[in-house]
Write a protein that binds this ligand. Sequence first.
Ligand SMILES: *Cc1c(COP(=O)(O)O)cnc(C)c1O
Length: 430
Amino acid sequence: MYDYSLDQRFQNLKPFEEKIWLSSPTMHDAEFEYMAEAYRTNWMSTVGGNIDETERLLAEYVGVKSAVALSCGTASLHLAIRLAGEKLYGVRRAEIGTLAGHKVFCSDMTFDATVNPVAYEGGEAVFIDSEYETWNMDPLALKKAFERYPETRLVVLAHLYGTPGKIDEIKNICKEHGALLVEDAAESLGASYKGRQTGSFGDFGIVSFNGNKIITGSSGGAFLSNRESDARKIRKWSTQSREAAPWYQHEELGYNYRMSNVIAGVVRGQMAYIDEHIAQKKAVYERYQAGLSDLPVDMNPVGTEGVSNYWLSCITIKPSAMCENVRSERGKLYCHRKGKTCPDEILDVLAHFHIEGRPLWKPMHMQTLYRGNRFVGVNGQENENAFTDGDRQGSVGADLFERGLCLPSDIKMTERQQDAVIEIIHRCFE
Ligand SMILES: *Cc1c(COP(=O)(O)O)cnc(C)c1O
């Protein structure tokens, strides 16, 4: 491994003593009070006032009729996707999965938690390329996917890094094809599109309270819907599907996915601070935007019709300023050139200075796990099959992944610390 402490470019710079995080939890004391209340009153379970209040506050904030507090965003997606499958294809035997034999159009560039639940339910994820304006699902590619696989009835859309995708276009395409839409707003809680919150547009939405999200419960997630009957069903499924009977009567497959009342205390306390966190994240983004404006890089899009929650600040390096950088499945190799750098070099340098960054999400169509799945982009040839898909060449997702990275976006980072991060990035290009 190359030793950056000997590199001339970084000579008079010292690593931070305390690590600068990508995005770590920010607590305010109210959380502790609600947790302590759960303890004092012995509601140390998956029922209690914190859960009820979290659900009420969240539904009100997002502007949906119902929210169901669950153990994590992934569990919320699983139940949302299972419910969509049941509505579309009817009740199946548990071991088969509600989506068995059916295709589902999914965001390609995202965290794999967005798409794994499709596999849990036996469905076949077909990955849809991103567009450059929001980095989210390209409506043109989605349209093309429906032309190829017109029998498909379910779309799973993620809003990356807090920036809403092209929701109107995608909703219209879904409507035209009678498809349901599941909205993964795990990263975008508090972001809005034409005046409405993300998570409220799909037939079902989900959010996450994972430790690095805009607000957190340390873990946790929620299912969102405008139908109380959906919320009732998800509440039942998430608590092992008990029927109203004198004994443990089970007529449907159940899960243990409910949020704990202790975790809900943390989320309840954090709910009051969403807008403050967003304002601080926006300030971090704008400082990067100003501080990096003289470099051959672009900031991640924050939307034209949408308003981002600025969860993570990211950059892409302009193609002309990329040094050689090759990646295998698990390894990387790059070669610095004057005036050029690459995401892997910047990430190594940041790590050397005790700063956490992260590559952009590696697109699902590039993952070993999903190599056999279909992929649809707008630039591809019409000839496709699962293993020799022409669309994979020149995909937007692969290009963003190659040239992009997430910068430390912690709201507890001081201006002085952020200035140092900006200086280090400048030196990478020297
Ligand atoms: C964090 C995240 C999830 C999963 O949330 P968990 O609460 O960690 O299970 C799903 N989708 C996206 C896009 C995420 O970033």
